[in-house]
Design a protein around this ligand. Structure first.
Ligand SMILES: Cc1ncc(COP(=O)(O)OP(=O)(O)O)c(N)n1
Ligand SMILES: Cc1nc(C(=O)O)sc1CCOP(=O)(O)O
Ligand SMILES: [Mg+2]
Length: 235
């Protein structure tokens, strides 16, 4: 498989909770971003249409101010409309080629793989920037999500030239196992946005990445973006 030449995404991957209260959501997002993150996904299953677009655009502005790239969940069109940095595609959300054509070569495109290896292989081959496996643990946000084995993270790290994301029930207490198994991105909703101090909780992931993965995801965009240069990775 062809290896990517761009920097590889690595660090805390914040995903917004369903929150219809804009000012409360902004405060939570600001706090989480202040703690440090490599990437943020705007996801709000409770909103649609103009209301969702306005909220997404406001969160994008917060991400821009923090120097953190933002992808949009589910919708290439919403990502395009607000000028987001990319999109996350699940099994019902369209294909990588279509998203790439619409959003451009620099867009960050991620795919959900659940517990299925073939999706990761197909996604990487189609030009995805990361493949996401989960749920790694019981998820408070998605209690019915299928569970994915750690071995998928290890295999993806060893065989695919794209970033490997883990999602589902991740906490600071269980995250090290995922980093050891090969996750580059830890995608988290509840553990950060449900914390009394979202900033401190996000920062705790930064400490984990520094200790386990040897990178500092708090480094602001422009220095290393929370991204590890490809040259520093294993061949
Ligand atoms: C990083 C990441 N991984 C997986 C998902 C789940 O995507 P999907 O299966 O499309 O489910 P919804 O998020 O749309 O409910 C994700 N959003 N992000
Ligand atoms: C959106 C989503 N997708 C999942 C998958 O397994 O594909 S788990 C999940 C929810 C993640 O939230 P929390 O950090 O609260 O568990
Ligand atoms: Mg989806």
């Amino acid at each position: 498989m062809t290896m990517r030449t761009e920097p590889r995404l690595r660090g805390l991957y914040l995903i917004t909770p369903d929150d219809a209260d804009d000012s409360r959501l902004h405060a939570r997002v600001r706090a989480a971003l202040a703690g440090g993150a490599a990437l943020l996904q705007y996801r709000n299953k409770a909103l649609a249409g103009a209301r969702q677009q306005a909220q997404a655009a406001a969160v994008l502005a917060l991400c821009r101010a923090a120097g953190v790239p933002m992808v949009v969940n589910d919708s290439v069109e919403l990502a395009h409309a607000i000028g987001a940095d990319g999109v996350h595609l699940g099994r019902d959300d369209g294909d990588v080629a279509g998203a790439r054509e619409r959003l451009g070569a620099a867009a960050i495109i991620g795919v959900s793989c659940y517990d299925e290896w073939w999706r990761a292989e197909a996604g990487a081959r189609a030009g995805a920037d990361y493949v996401a496996f989960g749920a790694m643990f019981d998820s408070p946000t998605k209690p019915a999500a299928v569970r994915a084995p750690l071995a998928l993270l290890q295999r993806a790290r060893d065989e695919l030239g794209v970033a490997v994301a883990a999602i589902g029930g991740i906490t600071v207490a269980n995250a090290a196992t995922l980093l050891d198994a090969g996750a580059d991105l830890l995608a988290v909703i509840s553990d950060v946005f449900g914390a009394a101090d979202a900033s401190a909780r996000a920062a705790a992931y930064g400490v984990l990445f520094s200790a386990v993965a040897g990178v500092d995801p708090r480094t602001p965009r422009g220095d290393n973006d929370g991204l590890l240069p490809q040259a520093e990775q294993e061949p």
